[in-house]
Design a protein. Structure first.
Length: 144
């Protein structure tokens, strides 16, 4: 149902982890995700811990789904001296090509405990259907 758009994205993610580089709007970091089918819908769960709900942007254009988010630094008082800072800040992004069998008009999104969950219904035209055989004539009619 999904296609990865950039085969080198994982290498970029590892390089960013090793160098301590943070994501920017022109070169965002990746966000980990799970994707699976649950009944009649496709579910995508993206990890965005510490990201405010209003800092998440979800767009879909044709069959391209784009999720961008920004984890901003917490404002600190002037007398605070940072001893350790391991949590990544900056911009995170993920782009997914959705199959034509998904209904991009009815995507829903929820955000709970740092996990963004997108639910994409399977399009009616992609669901299996029965074909009825017509009456007694030699010809059969196909209904869909």
């Amino acid at each position: 149902m999904l296609m990865r758009t950039d085969p080198f994205r994982e290498l970029d993610r590892l390089a960013q982890q090793l160098t301590g580089e943070t994501g920017t709007w022109t070169r965002p970091s990746t966000m980990p995700m799970d994707a699976y089918r649950e009944g009649e819908e496709y579910v995508i769960a993206l990890d965005l811990p510490g990201v405010a709900k209003d800092a998440i942007d979800i767009d879909v254009e044709r069959n391209m789904l784009t999720v961008k988010a920004e984890r901003r630094p917490v404002a600190k008082a002037d007398d605070v001296q940072m001893e350790l800072s391991e949590r990544p800040l900056g911009v995170f992004s993920r782009q997914l090509v959705l199959a034509d069998t998904l209904d991009t008009e009815r995507i829903t999104a929820g955000y709970d405990a740092g996990v963004l969950t997108l639910r994409i219904p399977i399009a009616e035209r992609a669901k299996p259907r029965k074909i009825a055989i017509g009456g007694t004539s030699e010809r059969t009619q196909i209904s869909g």
